[in-house]
Write a protein that binds this ligand. Structure first.
Ligand code: NDP
Ligand code: MG
Ligand code: MG
Length: 341
């Protein structure tokens, strides 16, 4: 069975003699840096000269310097800039300043697993990946709660890689909730598959097909929006709380029978084969090669796909409905509070 680590399995004082360089102060970076700092671990934030994040990090009371300088000060380097810029940041700022005995750490294994970053011998290479957006990693920590995370060791030259990564995981609050041991390969491939096949790609495609089927058959766009998109949240909340069982228990017998008897007809063996093909492209590196080329050529397909998604009728219908209905009032208010009008 899978190993899961909790607070008792980790000791923050393992990093007493370390300085941790947190590169990037975005979603994950700000949360890691602040949580580590409040866990009494020495932190220096590495940001490029003209960084838009600099003032935030300084206002939060942290020491900020350039990525190169942060790495040379540190013995533990946490790479929390976007995955697409990591290879360049590695080449320019990290590699020249890494020393034997240092730890190089990621929150996602993409660049290591697909060899976009090839760390030298003599350094530990680890992953501590909170399974949550950064603002929740921070909020949970402030509320004395934890954020579940993953831990993986790619290279253990010191013999202490695991102990050190666990100390870091405790420092950001992950061991309060539980940290699951995995490998870089498993983390990367399952993460890409999940977001492509089920979470981001699969679910939006399912919603669009459902919406279009109803609207093309003459049903009103508003009704189609509610049935195929809005209610999805209620269903997913039940699944999150108690698995499929709780969801099936909560819906009517008619919905349960209809769903159980028709679900596999909608998402059928063809979909399963498409999923296997998608997984294969992840495993053989085809997807990642495509994504790297896409970035190198200025993101032409990405831009087009994004635009087409924005132009889908369901977006306009949703925007109109979310403004008309009281359930969205709170998020409307917080939005207009943020946009300084
Ligand atoms: P963000 O997009 O939030 O990172 C933005 C930060 O990176 C900013 O401080 C930005 O500063 C800095 N940055 C951007 N480009 C550069 C550059 N060329 N050189 C130096 N600094 C730069 O990243 P995330 O927090 O989303 O992701 C960080 C890592 O965490 C990734 O590996 C990601 O896969 C992983 N992860 C992310 C999760 C999430 O929910 N977001 C969840 C779990 C893991 P500037 O103002 O200079 O642009
Ligand atoms: Mg992902
Ligand atoms: Mg219904």
């Amino acid at each position: 069975t899978t190993d899961i680590y909790y607070d008792d399995d980790a000791d923050v004082s393992t990093l007493d003699d370390d300085t941790v360089a947190v590169l990037g102060y975005g979603s994950q970076g700000h949360a890691h840096a602040l949580n580590l700092h409040e866990s009494d671990i020495d932190v220096v934030v590495g940001l490029r000269e003209n960084s838009s994040s600099r003032s935030a990090a300084e206002a939060d009371g942290l020491t900020v310097t350039t990525p190169a300088d942060a790495v040379s000060q540190a013995s533990y380097v946490s790479v929390l800039v976007p995955d697409t810029v990591q290879p360049a940041v590695y080449e320019n700022a990290i590699e020249p300043n890494l020393e034997a005995g240092d730890t190089l750490q990621f929150a996602h294994g993409l660049n290591i697993h697909y060899n976009q970053i090839q760390p030298p011998e003599g350094v530990d290479v680890t992953m501590v990946a909170p399974k949550s957006p950064g603002h929740l990693v921070r909020r949970n920590y402030e509320n004395d709660e934890g954020t579940p995370g993953l831990l993986a060791i790619y290279q253990d030259e010191s013999g202490d890689a695991q102990e050190r990564a666990l100390a870091y995981a405790k420092g950001i609050g992950c061991t309060r909730a539980g940290v699951i041991e995995t490998t870089f390969r498993e983390e990367v491939e399952s993460d890409l598959f999940g977001e492509q096949a089920v979470l981001c790609g699969g679910v939006t495609s399912l919603v669009k097909h459902g919406y279009e089927t109803l609207v093309d058959a003459g049903y009103s766009p508003e009704i189609a929006y509610f049935e195929c998109l809005n209610e999805l949240k209620l269903i997913v909340d039940l699944m999150y709380e108690g698995g499929h069982a709780e969801m099936w228990d909560s819906v009517s017998d008619t919905a349960e029978y209809g769903g159980l008897s028709r679900g596999d007809r909608i998402v059928d063996e063809n979909v399963r084969e498409n999923m296997e093909e998608t997984l294969e492209e992840i495993q053989n590196g085809e997807f990642t090669r495509e994504w790297i080329l896409e970035n190198q050529s200025g993101r032409p397909s990405y831009t087009q796909l994004r635009q087409a998604e924005k132009n889908h009728e369901i977006e306009e219908v949703g925007e109109r409905l979310r403004e008309l209905f009281a359930w969205a009032e709170e998020s409307n208010e917080s939005e207009s509070a943020e946009g300084a009008e």
